[in-house]
Design a protein around this ligand. Structure first.
Ligand SMILES: Cc1ncc(COP(=O)(O)OP(=O)(O)O)c(N)n1
Ligand SMILES: Cc1ncsc1CCOP(=O)(O)O
Ligand SMILES: [Mg+2]
Length: 335
């Protein structure tokens, strides 16, 4: 039988290790990566660990005889090593906590196990260079008054830290579409630009990714051509979902949630369909179709991870105000 003193000592050391690791990752995401979304997810886990392990073990601390206390680490040469090292630290300490709290209270151990499993998903997301954002703007040339209005709108997005933008120009020739994409990348190199429909344009521009639907190249072929880049796929039914999973797309577009004047012929699937798809997959879901700051809350509540907004932004009386509201709603959602 393990002595309670020793068990508590292990738990105490690993609780601190875990909380310290979480704090480092949280601040790294917040201050270095400017990623408030993931930073607050990590903060929530930190609070959760403090809450679950809210019992006094200070009495069991024995720093003097702790043989590991003089361990030191060589300096990190790359900033992302800080992230990797601390993610490992968190994972390891969660595992130790799970094993040792089992001797004290199995319900605590089970809660930690759940956090550990959830943490694997978060780690995968953080280590992948495909950071999908909650706000995704459909930059459709037909929604802007003209090209200069398109660039004015993009400037507003850029000034408000919106990064994920899909370029859509249904009536443009491939060449004209390519040239517009090139210009956007030149003006806004920090955008994560997704190209609508045309895989060859996405490849030529080396854009962040491409979005394909039922009229484009099959999802699996798109994945093969795009390699490690972001591939988004439209899901109108369960068969589309299956194909999207086989192709290992990075996100799915689900809609139209509300009637859309941008794509009036699109099947209206509504919030119930979104809920149904949510229940079937953990793949990142962008809801699309008629979304604006008045209905975005409902869409997040129905399970969307992000929203793809066209006319809601481009036709807004005050675009700055609208984007600020959308950002506010998307941040509110995680608290
Ligand atoms: C995020 C997102 N979701 C869905 C769509 C629709 O794509 P698709 O079905 O290919 O229709 P078109 O946009 O090509 O008319 C999308 N573009 N983005
Ligand atoms: C491309 C697309 N697919 C389903 S609805 C839609 C258009 C979305 O634009 P809006 O936000 O203006 O309805
Ligand atoms: Mg398409």
């Amino acid at each position: 039988m393990l002595s309670k003193t020793y068990i508590n000592r292990v738990i105490d050391a690993n609780r601190n290790r875990c909380i310290e690791g979480l704090r480092v990752v949280e601040d790294y995401l917040r201050f270095i990566k400017n990623d408030l979304t993931n930073s607050s997810t990590i903060r929530n886990i930190r609070h959760e660990i403090s809450r679950i392990l809210d019992f006094d073990m200070i009495g069991e601390r024995d720093v003097k005889s702790d043989i590991g206390k003089n361990n030191f680490h060589s300096p990190y040469t790359e900033m992302d090593q800080v992230l990797r090292a601390n993610l490992s630290r968190i994972k390891e300490s969660l595992r130790v906590l799970e094993e040792f709290t089992r001797y004290i209270d199995t319900s605590i151990s089970d809660q930690i196990m759940n956090i550990r499993f959830g943490f694997y998903e978060i780690e995968k997301r953080l280590l992948s260079n495909k950071d999908l954002e909650k706000i995704y703007i459909l930059a459709d040339i037909d929604l802007a008054k003209n090209e200069s209005d398109l660039f004015e709108g993009l400037k507003i997005l850029s000034d408000n830290n919106v990064r994920l933008v899909q370029l859509r120009a249904k009536k443009f020739s491939t060449k004209k579409f390519y040239e517009l994409g090139e210009k956007i990348i030149e003006f806004f190199p920090h955008f994560k630009l997704i190209i609508n429909d045309k895989v060859e344009v996405a490849l030529a521009l080396e854009s962040y990714g491409v979005h394909v639907g039922e009229d484009e190249l099959p999802f699996n072929v798109t994945r093969k051509l795009m390699g490690n880049k972001v591939v988004g796929a439209t899901v109108h039914n369960v068969e589309d979902l299956r194909l999207s999973q086989v192709a290992k797309v990075d996100y799915i577009g689900v809609g139209a949630i509300y009637p859309s004047t941008t794509k009036p012929d699109c099947q209206l699937n509504g919030v119930e369909f979104l809920k149904k798809i949510r229940a079937l997959t953990t793949t990142f879901i962008y809801a699309i179709g008629g979304i604006n700051s008045k209905n975005a809350r409902k869409v997040f509540d129905a399970g969307a991870d992000g929203i793809c907004v066209g006319s809601g932004f481009w036709y807004a009386k005050d675009r700055v105000e609208e984007i600020k509201r959308l950002i506010h709603i998307s941040n509110e959602e995680e608290n």
